[in-house]
Design a binder for this molecule. Structure first.
Ligand SMILES: [Fe+2]
Ligand SMILES: [Fe+2]
Length: 221
């Protein structure tokens, strides 16, 4: 493993501020579906890590004059690529092959109402980035105890607990950048995107993915 105390005991990072920030918790139906769709969950998780890195890199290409953004997102992109490699390694251990997978509706619908004019285009993009990091963090925290119960998935459970720390920092970095570059308070925009996110998480979803909503069928593949 390239970095991090994976495989060792990892203290649980306190994410209560993230749980309070998000409009809702992961529904139990999603967690039940995750248990029987572990392969899809892992493949999608790997794609999400890769996409998180590429989103950060494209922001760095578009906003070359934003010094703080370049510093934070360069570090973030490196960490996401490291996570990508680590997830692939976890998948190898569990006999799951990396393949193409259609993207979930989540990020696409969350980004739908991002402003088309600056500086709010940047601010909204950063807010949405922060919300995605926050939800990922919350999903890892509900998945970890379930995975730790089974000896086959125990290592993955420890890894998900380990990921809480970096993903909660990414959430804070994105929101801090949004505040920095916004000409006004970001509270209204945060509230708006959180309401959209809540609908996506609590609404019915006919596909199971890392960020999907309540599965239409409990064990759909
Ligand atoms: Fe990550
Ligand atoms: Fe992240």
């Amino acid at each position: 493993m390239p970095a991090g105390p994976i495989g060792e005991e990892v203290a649980m990072t306190n994410i209560s501020h993230i749980e309070e920030f998000l409009g809702c918790a992961t529904p139990k139906e999603w967690l039940a579906a995750a248990e029987v769709n572990l392969g899809v969950l892992l493949i999608d998780h790997a794609h999400c890590e890769k996409k998180a890195a590429s989103t950060a890199l494209s922001l760095m290409s578009r906003y070359v004059d934003r010094k703080e953004l370049l510093a934070k997102l360069s570090q973030l992109a490196r960490e996401e690529l490291l996570h990508f490699e680590q997830v692939l390694e976890m998948m190898g251990g569990l006999g799951v092959e990396f393949t193409h997978l259609t993207a979930s509706r989540y990020a696409k619908l969350l980004r739908k109402d991002i402003s088309t004019s600056e500086p709010m285009r940047l601010v909204d993009t950063l807010i949405v980035g922060g919300i995605i990091e926050a939800r990922s963090c919350e999903r890892f925290s509900v998945l970890a105890p379930q995975l730790l119960e089974n000896e086959n998935t125990e290592e993955l459970g420890r890894y998900y607990r380990f990921l809480l720390k970096s993903e909660s920092r990414h959430f804070e970095d994105y929101l801090a950048l949004a505040r920095l570059y916004s000409p006004e308070s970001i509270d209204g925009r945060v509230e708006y995107f959180l309401a959209v996110e809540k609908q996506l998480i609590e609404g019915k979803d006919d596909e199971f993915r890392f960020h999907s909503g309540v599965p239409v069928a409990p064990f759909n593949q």
